[in-house]
Design a binder for this molecule. Structure first.
Ligand code: NAI
Ligand code: 15L
Length: 268
C-alpha cells in the first residue's frame, strides 16, 4: 500500500465507490470526497468529506499530506457547456493546485470522448496511439482534453506527475457491441490505479484504459512506464452483445459512439 494517504474525488460515483471498496481492501488509507453523500458503509482507514470541487481552499486542506490524488469527480456524461465548465475545468484546476502544493501525483479519469471523433478502425486499419490529435465529441470530451493538457502543463512547469486514464467504458460487463472495443473491467481499473500510484516515476503519461480486447480501437500508450497490463477481455461477451448496435450511421462510424450524435448538426 502507498505510504501516504490517497485522496479520491468522485468517491460517491460508480467508479469511486468501487475504487474506495477495492483499494481499502488492499490496505490503502483513503480520504474520500464528493458533492453527494457517500452511500456505502465507510471502508476501513477511510474518511469522507462532502465538498464541491468549486471549494479550492477545502481541497488544499483535504489533500494535506497525501501522496496521490485520484481525480474521478465531476460531470461524467455530455452536458451543456455551462454545466461542464465549473466541475471539470475550475474543479480540475483546484485539484492540480492542491497536488502542486503537496508534490502529489494526480491520477486523472480522462475519457475516450476527448478523442471520440476519430473513426473506428476497419479491418486491418491502424489503431490510433495516445499521441493522436484530440478530437473531442462534445463539451464533456473537450473538458477531458483540457484536463490532459492541464497535466501536461503542471508536469512541464511544476514537475507535478500525472497519469491520465483515457477510460473506454468501465462497467461491470459490456452491454453493447461498441464495448467489445472499449470495455474496461473493474479489476483492470483497480490494477491500473495501483500501478499508476505506486510506480516510482510516471512523469506525464496517458494510458488507453481498456481491457485486453482484441477489438480495441487503440494502440500504443505509456503503460510500460507504470508497468500495467490489462488481464481481462471483452471478447467473452461477443455472443451476448455483438449484435447490439444503434442503427445510427454517425454513432457507428466514430469511436465516441452515441456522444458524437448528440446535437450533431453537420449532416451526413
Ligand atoms: P459518476 O457520475 O458516477 O461519478 C462522478 C462523481 O462526481 C459523482 O458522484 C458526482 O456526485 C461527483 N461530482 C459531480 N460534480 C461534482 C462537484 N462539483 N464537486 C464534487 N463532486 C462532484 O461517474 P463514474 O462513471 O463513476 O466516472 C468517474 C470518472 O471517470 C468521471 O470523471 C468520468 O468522466 C470518468 N470516466 C468514466 C467512464 C466510465 O465508463 N464509467 C468512462 C470514461 C471516463
Ligand atoms: C464516458 O466517458 C462516460 O463517463 C461513461 O458513462 C460512458 O458513457 C463511457 O464514456 C463510454 O464511452 O462508454
Amino acid at each position: 500500500a502507498p505510504t501516504k494517504p490517497v485522496l479520491l474525488t468522485g468517491a460517491a460515483g460508480n467508479l469511486g465507490r468501487m475504487l474506495a471498496r477495492e483499494l481499502a481492501g488492499l490496505g490503502w488509507t483513503l480520504r474520500l470526497t464528493d458533492i453527494a453523500p457517500f452511500p456505502d458503509p465507510l471502508p476501513p482507514r477511510a474518511a469522507f468529506t462532502r465538498m464541491d470541487l468549486a471549494d479550492g481552499v477545502g481541497l488544499l486542506r483535504l489533500a494535506e499530506g497525501c501522496g496521490a490524488i485520484l481525480h474521478f469527480g465531476g460531470i461524467s456524461v455530455e452536458q451543456p457547456f455551462g454545466t461542464v465548465l465549473g466541475p471539470n475545468v475550475q474543479g480540475l484546476y483546484h485539484v492540480y493546485e492542491a497536488a502542486r502544493r503537496e508534490k502529489a501525483r494526480v491520477i486523472f479519469a480522462s475519457s475516450n470522448h476527448s478523442i471520440g471523433f476519430h473513426e473506428r478502425p476497419q479491418g486491418n486499419e491502424a489503431k490510433i496511439d495516445v499521441d493522436c490529435a484530440f478530437r473531442p465529441d462534445g463539451y464533456y470530451g473537450l473538458s477531458k482534453a483540457y484536463g490532459e493538457l492541464m497535466g501536461r502543463l503542471y508536469w512541464d512547469k511544476h514537475g507535478v506527475e500525472n497519469v491520465n486514464f483515457r477510460i473506454g467504458s468501465c462497467f461491470p460487463e459490456p452491454t453493447e457491441a461498441r464495448m467489445l472495443s472499449t470495455w474496461l473491467s473493474f479489476a483492470d481499473l483497480v490494477r491500473l490505479t495501483e500501478c499508476a500510484v505506486t510506480a516510482p516515476r510516471s512523469g506525464h503519461c496517458v494510458i488507453w484504459a481498456c481491457s485486453d480486447n482484441p477489438a480495441s480501437f487503440w494502440g500504443r500508450d505509456h503503460r510500460d512506464r507504470i508497468g500495467w497490463q490489462p488481464q481481462d477481455s471483452a471478447e467473452a461477451y461477443r455472443a451476448r452483445v455483438g449484435q447490439i448496435t444503434s442503427g445510427n450511421p454517425v454513432i457507428e462510424r466514430y469511436q465516441g459512439g452515441s456522444y458524437t450524435a448528440i446535437d450533431y448538426t453537420r449532416g451526413k
